[in-house]
Ligand binder design. Structure first.
Ligand code: PEP
Ligand code: MG
Length: 960
């Protein structure tokens, strides 16, 4: 999405008329390197079709579709005209937001500006703004409002006075990241002031990063020396952001609703702060529309709301405590409600219930769109489904079962099938039998004991884990169990008559869903952790045994593994990994390779029918598993395993020698790195350089974008460890499945087809520039290769190169090459045009396969088919190599295909000059290359290219 940046604002422009203003805007785009001078004609043509005046003194000129060819890089220039310009449609314009866009990105700007149209006085403020920041602040997305939600509240806190409550509220705001220690110190140093009705307020604007409000209530309302204490509000103020919230608080107090907050639950507190009175009728309904409440369904909702005799308000249960009028289109769209989120409608007066029922029914019916209802599943359905696999036909003994090779190596060991137990429990406490039966007090006691036991289990596991990532994840689980909100939510369920089991799972599931709807993969992983720890407690409550891995070595058989599961594996015991789902290029498979665990993934549900202890041969090279092998097969496999061990030893012994084929052709073998501290390890494994430094991991390791000095330090560490060997650094590649917490991206329907890689970096050129400067400075006179990720054509390369050239002219590093990653088919198809201007190509086969076969590389079921040896991918590789060699440029492969034993001869035969693989694979990849001759490799390549499917390619290669 296009975003507005301060550098793009030009203050104090003057124009004779609107044509002159448009000309200035066009020149400004040209000066910023966004468009050619011809783009001016496109702007005028578009304006002639219809006015681009938006409202509130803002116009958004942009070119016609035909003029898109004149756009060099997508971007915006904002021109301020303090005296105003008489626009041709009779309006007066103070700001031109001029857009050069290669597609329909101007629609994003339009969407971002709609809220501006709602505000009063914008035109005047835009005209008189004296700084670029002030102009941007006016135009920036939504006006900031203070945060108040279930996470900022701190209810039922065991406090004895107002000060403790104020501190609890401040600490809560700090925990959720809205304030820092300065704020807490400021709150501690003050005396909360009385608001009346037993409510108090402590506030400060020191150390506030996000304005927010907390309410801390005591377990039991009490009386202090200055009067009753029902709760203390703790306000983190910033500018005007909290004004609306304070107004609603004042209204609440005016209506005498303060005292009721003392023992209210989170939902009630938020409802009251949102302006819903205790006498209001409310209706909750989930949004079913696939794309949430976008313009069309929102319009329908507004029409239904307007047709009612009463004013209806609406808010988002998962959002801030602010109700808006359901009759206002911009307000309803502004809620940003997504599928699965819950709308809370409220109304007061006679007929309110009927009106709400009508509105809710309209939402349930899809507001004019065809909608899929949610399956109202109990939270443990996914757990129970594990038991359903018994109906599948078991895998036949001694027969290879093909799947996807995800991490090389061979393992022979008994299976440990990670089947999650079935949890049986009644929903209501009254239906419990025997020892579990009892009232709410009994249920609370049971839950407390189970949580205590779960903590003990976790502590024992942490001791066993002896540090490292595993211990970190388990400690995080322990912390999750300590969360008072979770306990409180479960207690509420128990108070409503639920069994301890049902109340606990409901609390866990609700919290997990709340994280999942945030649509951020990292948070979704946290949700998986929450469910994981939730199941531990549920298992104890139900007396169900959680599966305990055996003490002896085993092959882990499981539905799927996320990166955090892989990190948790005990590499001392786990000989191999076999999963139902997953693909070779998912990041968990990459992690399995980094840990050196052979893995076969995407093997299908039938593997869950294996009995624990069944002996398995897991072939991570050919991608297959053989259950209960015959003695002969087992002997053969053992022999292979021994041979492999010998080969590994030999490969290791020869790791520092170059990879020369039998006929003397050299292929460079380099290492892929996510952490600059591992460069020394790469050299120690025989890497002849780093062929891919995934620099986004450097960014992910910091809480905010690392500055120039920090980056120089990071890159220098790798360059020094490489001791003269080349470093190929890929510039920041975020987006898709790699979000950066401090670079929030708009919600996209297809993030892999959206703002990621170089497209995203070009929206923040200053970040790219700093990174390039850091790389070039760190390199000095040592060999540095820089490549841009996710480039689709030469225009993007040129735009990025322009920034590079500017920085290089200043820094002057002496041994630098500039290349692009070939990850998008368009780039491979257009390789001849790129080869003229780049120094090298590096083929990212993980993404190239994803985009060629149109299969999400992380897709649970489909990614098993996402095989880089697909002939379509191989043809693109061939085109790339041919184009590069015709211009004397070199080509590397840095995707996972580079370490696939069957693919190595094919890549060599296609003429690839360098393979970059994970550190542990370097010695074996070199050894594999040494076994081959170039002729033989060309035969492999020809055989592969002649096939029509990936399976046929693998079969043909096997037969050679
Ligand atoms: C690739 O896409 O092949 C690649 C090497 O990049 P990443 O796996 O980091 O997306
Ligand atoms: Mg990639």
């Amino acid at each position: 999405m296009l975003t507005l940046q301060t550098d793009d604002v030009v203050l104090g422009c003057r124009a004779a008329d609107w044509r002159d203003a448009l000309d200035q805007a066009a020149r400004s785009l040209v000066e910023a390197g966004r468009a050619t001078p011809e783009y001016r004609d496109g702007l005028h043509e578009r304006e002639a079709q219809s006015s681009t005046y938006l409202g509130n003194a803002i116009a958004i000129p942009h070119g016609t579709p035909a003029s898109r060819d004149q756009v060099l890089t997508t971007g915006v220039r904002v021109l301020q005209f303090p005296d105003g310009v008489a626009w041709h449609d009779g309006n007066r314009v103070h700001v031109l937001v001029t857009i050069a866009a290669q597609s329909d990105e101007h629609l994003d700007i339009l969407r971002a500006l709609t809220h501006v149209l709602d505000r009063d006085g914008v035109a005047g403020r835009l005209a008189s703004a004296t700084s670029r920041e002030a102009v941007l602040a006016e135009l920036s997305r939504a006006p900031v409002s203070a945060r108040v939600d279930a996470d900022t509240l701190c209810l039922n806190f065991p406090a004895r006075d107002r000060f403790e409550l104020a501190l609890a509220g401040a600490a809560r705001l700090r925990q959720v990241g809205c304030v820092d220690g300065d704020f807490v110190a400021a709150v501690v140093a003050q005396e909360p002031v009385a608001l009346g009705q037993g409510l108090w307020l402590a506030s400060s604007d020191r150390g506030v990063s996000t304005p927010a409000l907390s309410l801390a209530t005591p377990e039991q309302a009490f009386s202090g020396p200055l009067g009753p204490v029902n709760g203390v509000f703790c306000l983190a103020g910033q500018g005007d952001a909290h004004r609306g919230l304070l107004e609603r608080l004042a209204e609440l107090l005016d209506a005498g609703g303060g005292e009721a907050l003392a023992d209210a639950d989170a939902a009630t507190v938020l409802a009251r702060l949102a302006g819903e009175t205790a006498s209001a009728e409310t209706a909750r309904v989930r949004v079913l529309n696939a794309h949430g409440l976008h313009a069309r369904p929102a319009k329908q909702l507004v029409q239904v709301a307007r047709a009612q005799a009463l004013p209806i308000k609406v808010r988002l249960l998962e959002g801030a405590a602010e109700s808006v009028s359901a009759a206002s289109l911009t307000k309803v769209i502004g809620l940003g409600a997504r599928r699965g989120q819950t709308l809370v409608f409220s109304a007061e007066g006679a007929g309110a219930a009927e009106a709400l029922a009508e509105v809710a029914a309209a939402v349930r019916d899809g507001l004019g769109e065809k909608v899929e209802p949610f399956e109202e599943r109990r939270g443990v359905d996914d757990v129970e489904q594990a038991g359903a696999t018994v109906e599948l036909e078991p895998l036949p003994a001694d027969t290879p079962h093909p799947a996807v090779a995800a991490s090389p190596g061979l393992a022979i060991a008994p299976a440990f099938v990670m089947r999650l137990p079935r949890f049986d429990y009644p929903e209501r406490a009254r239906d419990l039998q025997g020892e579990r039966a009892g009232d709410a007090t009994t249920q609370r006691g049971r839950l407390e004991r189970a949580m205590h036991e779960a903590i003990e289990q976790l502590e024992a596991l942490i001791r066993q884990a002896k540090g490292g990532e595993v211990a970190e994840i388990l400690s995080m689980h322990e912390e999750m169990l300590d969360d008072p909100e979770l306990r409180e939510a479960a207690h509420e369920g128990i108070a409503d008559g639920l069994s301890a089991e049902a109340a606990w799972w409901q609390a866990v599931d609700t919290a997990a869903r709340a994280q999942e709807v945030l649509a951020d993969r990292l948070l979704a992983e946290r949700a998986a952790d929450l469910r994981d720890v939730g199941r531990r407690v549920l298992g104890i409550l139900c007396g169900a045994e959680m599966p305990t891995p055996p003490d002896a070595p085993y092959i882990l058989v499981t539905e799927d593994v996320g990166p955090s599961d892989v990190a948790r594996l005990d590499t001392g015991k786990v000989r191999g990994l076999l999963t139902v789902r997953g693909g070779a290029t998912s990041h968990s498979a990459i992690l399995a390779r980094a840990l050196g665990i052979p893995a076969v993934v995407g093997a299908g549900e039938r593997v869950m029918t294996l009995a624990d202890g069944t002996e398995l041969i897991l072939d991570g090279e050919r991608g297959r598993v053989i259950p209960a092998p015959s003695n002969e097969r087992r002997d053969r496999a053992e022999l292979r395993l021994k041979e492999r061990e010998i080969r590994e030893r030999e490969a290791h012994a020869q790791r520092f020698e170059s990879a020369l084929t039998r006929d003397g052709h050299r292929v460079e073998v380099a290492a892929n790195l996510g952490n600059t501290a591992h460069a020394g390890d790469a050299v120690e494994h025989g890497a002849e350089g780093v062929g891919l430094l995934r620099t986004e991991f450097v960014f992910m390791a910091h809480a905010e974008a690392p500055d120039l000095e920090t980056q120089i330090g990071e890159y220098r560490q790798a360059i020094e460890a490489l001791d003269g060997r080349p470093l190929v650094a890929r510039t920041l590649d975020v987006g898709g499945d790699k979000p950066l917490p401090y670079w929030p991206l708009p919600q996209e329907d297809n993030p892999f087809l959206g703002l990621r890689g170089i497209r995203l970096a070009l929206t923040r050129p200053e970040i790219l520039e700093t990174q390039l400067r850091a790389l070039l400075t760190a390199a000095g006179d040592r060999p540095l290769r820089i490549m841009f990720p996710m480039v689709k054509d030469i225009a993007e390369f040129r735009a990025a190169r322009a920034i590079f050239e500017r920085v290089q002219a200043e820094v002057g590093a002496s041994d630098v090459q500039l290349g692009v990653m070939i990850e998008i088919p368009s780039c491979a198809l257009l390789a001849p045009s790129l080869a003229e201007e780049v120094d090298f190509f590096s083929i990212g086969t993980n993404d190239l396969t994803q985009y060629t076969l149109a299969i999400d590389r992380g897709h649970a079921e489909l990614s098993a088919q996402s095989d880089g040896l697909h002939p379509a991918v191989l043809r693109l590789i061939q085109m790339t190599v041919d184009a590069a060699h015709a211009k004397g440029k070199w080509v590397g492969v840095c995707g996972e295909l580079g370490s696939d034993a069957q693919a190595i001869p094919v890549l060599l035969g296609l003429g690839v000059d360098e393979l970059s693989v994970s550190i542990r694979q370097v010695p074996m990849v070199k050894a594999r290359l040494r076994e081959l001759s170039l002729d033989e490799a060309r035969r492999h390549a020809e055989a592969a290219l002649a096939q029509s499917t990936a399976e046929a390619v693998r079969e043909a290669l096997e037969a050679l």
